[in-house]
Design a protein. Structure first.
Length: 390
């Protein structure tokens, strides 16, 4: 292990470090009394005011109304509430609606939620994506009166691909009477996200992807759209998500989304510069490397790099020993032997998918991090290839 070199955290798509300003906003609720927001005494009212202030912040950034924001424990719960709760409510209103469509590049939280609905009599339908990981513009399927819900990822967690034509797909699905959901977990805090412009009915996000705490997420639910709750309980969040609110984490979510929104443009420009310099240097030093999904719009934060003749898990382990943190695909699937189905959906072979590393940048990333990566990654690739040849 190189103990003299700067340690590099290049796994911001897995989670981001808690912003110090966010922590300071959370501190009073961690060190003092975070009362139950449903209580009617003074401390309870104070907690309720803090929760509602955070709801206003989230709504403002998304272009929504505060009443349309439902707090959850994170992105997975928000996506499950949207997909499972949204589809069931749509079928309750119209029993003929029994199809749930989702793209082949969805995060497991959406895909598995959609597939689980098969047990409830729904028909899950997978929508193909192109080499950039999004449905091809102008080639969207025709949705009909049987479609209950359509879910399409706004930004991919593995490749950073952005679905620029989401509004077009949403308009087509809503014209057929379907509810439209988007997983915006990787998008919020990195690019502008406006629920009205996108035309979606449901949108999921989570705080720990943009400098907030883990354990706090939110689901936008368009006024007039219903979701069946996943759990019975006290009827919090307007009956859509029961459970005592996590006041400190929700306050942190509100602060994090406000700060991310305030610095959105400048950070996007800075991180795009870091990413582009890294990719150019990487392709120069490893000539047969390939950047996945580079032909379309991408987040400024991610590089999905294919290194032929290597195993990504081995590369990630070698870089970890050198003080560099990266992921072989989605962090929630790290350690599995199966190739990423997202990369397979882009047209990569199983061998190519297993040879792909994800580098992701964020608020704490610096130019010297890129220097370290450009020094360490080519060396690690060459050593991995030598081991294969031996």
């Amino acid at each position: 292990m190189n103990t003299d070199a700067r340690e590099v955290y290049a796994d911001h798509h897995a989670t981001t470090p808690l912003d110090p300003e966010v922590f300071e906003v959370m501190r009073p609720w961690l060190e003092g009394l975070a009362a139950n927001p449903s209580s009617t005494h003074g401390p309870g009212r104070a907690a309720r005011e803090a929760v509602e202030a955070a709801r206003v912040e989230v709504a403002r950034v998304l272009g929504a109304e505060p009443s349309e924001i439902v707090f959850t424990s994170g992105g997975t719960e928000a996506n499950n509430l949207a997909v499972r709760g949204g589809a069931r409510a749509a079928r309750e209103a119209d029993p003929s609606r029994s199809r749930v469509a989702f793209t082949a590049a969805e995060h497991a939280a959406v895909r598995e939620a959609a597939l689980s609905l098969n047990a409830d009599g729904f028909e899950p339908v997978e929508l193909r994506v192109n080499a950039n990981g999004v449905p091809a513009a102008g080639a969207f399927p025709d949705f009909d009166e049987r479609t209950a819900l359509v879910s399409a990822l706004l930004a991919n967690n593995e490749t950073g691909a952005v679905f620029d034509s989401l509004a077009e797909l949403a308009a087509r699905a809503r014209a057929a009477g379907a509810v439209v959901h988007t997983d915006a977990v990787q998008a919020v805090g990195k690019i502008p996200v406006d629920v009205r412009a996108l035309g979606v009915d449901l949108l999921a996000l989570t705080a720990h992807k943009f400098g907030g705490p883990a354990g706090a997420g939110a689901l936008f639910v368009r006024k007039g759209v219903r979701v069946q709750p996943l759990a019975a309980g006290g009827g919090q969040e307007r009956g859509r998500r029961s459970g005592t609110e996590n006041v400190a984490a929700i306050v942190g979510l509100g602060a994090a989304i406000r700060l991310a929104s305030a610095h959105l443009s400048s950070e996007a420009a800075r991180l795009t510069g870091l990413r582009d310099r890294f990719e150019a240097g990487l392709l120069l030093r490893v000539p047969d490397a390939k950047i996945n999904a580079a032909g379309g719009s991408r987040l400024p934060t991610a590089t999905s790099a294919l290194f032929p003749g290597t195993e990504a898990e081995t590369l990630a382990a070698a870089l970890d020993l050198d003080g560099i943190a990266v992921s072989a695909g989605a962090a929630c699937h790290a350690g599995t032997t199966s190739p990423s189905r997202v990369l397979l959906a882009l047209g990569l072979s199983a061998t190519e998918a297993r040879a792909t590393l994800r580098f992701s940048f964020g608020r704490t990333s610096r130019e010297e991090d890129v220097d370290r990566l450009l020094d360490a990654v080519p060396r690690a690739v060459e050593r991995a290839r030598e081991a294969v040849r031996a």
